[in-house]
Design a protein around this ligand. Structure first.
Ligand SMILES: [Ca+2]
Ligand SMILES: [Ca+2]
Ligand SMILES: [Ca+2]
Length: 343
C-alpha cells in the first residue's frame, strides 16, 4: 500500500515532482535554518505540512496553534485514540482527536483552569504553554532553580525552569538571557527545532502512564482523600495545596468543600514528580472525569492555600494566582464574616 501511494504521487505530474526535490518533503522552507529539523520531523511522520491534501508546504514562519501542537505531540508520542470527549470548544476541529488523546494521556489539562472545559485549539500557543507540553511529554523532572525573571509567579514558571534545566531552551534576550518571554508565540520552524534538539540533549519523548481512575472511598480532610487503588485503600494527598489543621478555623469547611466535589465519585489521579510523601501518602493531582482540576478548585474557592513543595511544582504558579484571586474576592477562608483564619 505504501509503495502504491508512493508511485501514484510520483506519476501525477511535474508540479508534484518539483515539490519533492531537491529539499525533501516541503518546498517553502528550503534554505531555512530550520529546514533540517523540519524535514527530520516530516520523515518521522510527526508533521504532514500545512496545505492538505497536497502538503508540500510547512508554513515555517506561521505561529504554532494549540491544536497543531497537539497533532505534533500525539504523532511524536504515538498516543492511542481516546474514548472521552474532554473539551467543548474543539468540536469539528481537525485536531479534536489529537486533543482528546493528549488529554487522556494527562499531557494537557485545558485552557481554562480549574474548570478545564475548553482547549482553545485555534489560539496561538505561547512559550509558557509550550514549556508545559514539553515538560510532560519528555517527563522532565521538577526544578528547584529560578532561571528567568519575567516568569516569576507565572502559571508556567515550574515547567519553564524544568525546560531550562534540561537545556532545551535559552532565554529570549540573548546574550543575558534573563527573560523567557512566556507570553510570546513560537513559529512552526522553531517548534520543529525544539523537537529535534531533544535527542541531542539526551531527552526522549515518552508516553506517560495514563492517569489512573479510582473511586473515592472517603474524605480525610481538605487535602487528603482515601481511594481504592489496585484493590487496596490508599491515602492520596493533593499536591501543591494546604488546608487548615484539624484544630484550626476553617478545617471543617475545607473538608466539606472537598467532599462536595469528590465524594462518591470516580476521579483521575496523576503524579507530578514524587510518588509518595514522607507519610507514605500518594502525592497526586486530582481531576474529575470531566477534567475539573480539584486541587485548583480548592484554592479558587478559598478553601486551600498554595503550598509549593519542590520538586512537585508543576502548578505552583497557578495555585498562587488562584489564591490571590480568592483572597481578593474574599472567598472561603478569606471571607472576614466566615471562619476567618486571619489574626
Ligand atoms: Ca525542504
Ligand atoms: Ca470535544
Ligand atoms: Ca522565574
Amino acid at each position: 500500500m505504501t509503495i502504491l501511494l508512493f508511485q501514484l504521487v510520483f506519476v501525477s505530474g511535474a508540479a508534484w515532482a518539483d515539490a519533492f526535490e531537491p529539499g525533501g518533503t516541503f518546498t517553502d522552507e528550503d534554505g531555512s535554518v530550520f529546514e533540517g529539523a523540519i524535514e527530520a520531523i516530516a520523515a518521522d511522520g510527526i508533521t504532514f505540512g500545512c496545505n492538505p491534501p497536497a502538503n508540500y508546504l510547512f508554513c515555517v514562519d506561521d505561529p504554532v496553534t494549540r491544536g497543531q501542537m497537539s497533532g505534533f505531540l500525539v504523532r511524536a508520542l504515538v498516543l492511542p485514540p481516546a474514548t472521552t470527549d474532554f473539551f467543548t470548544d474543539d468540536s469539528g476541529s481537525v485536531f479534536e482527536g489529537a486533543v482528546n488523546s493528549l488529554a487522556d494521556a494527562g499531557i494537557t489539562r485545558g485552557c481554562n483552569p480549574p474548570e478545564n472545559t475548553m482547549f482553545c485549539p485555534d489560539r496561538t500557543l505561547n512559550r509558557g504553554e509550550m514549556a508545559v507540553f514539553m515538560a510532560r511529554a519528555f517527563h522532565l523532572p521538577g526544578s528547584s532553580l529560578d532561571h528567568f525573571d519575567d516568569d516569576n509567579g507565572n502559571v508556567y514558571e515550574g515547567a519553564i525552569n524544568s525546560m531550562a534545566d534540561a537545556g532545551i531552551t535559552l532565554g529570549c534576550n540573548p546574550p543575558a538571557n534573563t527573560n523567557f518571554c512566556p507570553g510570546s508565540s513560537i513559529t512552526r520552524g522553531q517548534m520543529a527545532a525544539f523537537l529535534t534538539r531533544a535527542p541531542e540533549l539526551g531527552l526522549t519523548l515518552m508516553t506517560p502512564p495514563p492517569p489512573t481512575r479510582v473511586p473515592v472511598l472517603s474524605i480525610i480532610n481538605g487535602e487528603t482523600i482515601n481511594v481504592s487503588l489496585d484493590g487496596m485503600n490508599q491515602l492520596v494527598r493533593l499536591i501543591g495545596i494546604e488546608t487548615p489543621e484539624v484544630a484550626d478555623p476553617c478545617f471543617e469547611e475545607a473538608t466539606e468543600a472537598l467532599s462536595a466535589v469528590v465524594a462518591d465519585r470516580t476521579v483521575r489521579i496523576d503524579t507530578d514528580v514524587s510518588d509518595r510523601d514522607s507519610l507514605d501518602q500518594l502525592l497526586r493531582f486530582v481531576f474529575l472525569t470531566d477534567g475539573t482540576f480539584v486541587n485548583a478548585e480548592m484554592v479558587e474557592a478559598g478553601r486551600a492555600t498554595a503550598a509549593n513543595v519542590p520538586p512537585d511544582s508543576e502548578f505552583a504558579g497557578l495555585f498562587v494566582l488562584l489564591e490571590d484571586q480568592a483572597q481578593a474576592a474574599e472567598r472561603g477562608m478569606w471571607d472576614t464574616g466566615g471562619c476567618d483564619i486571619l489574626p
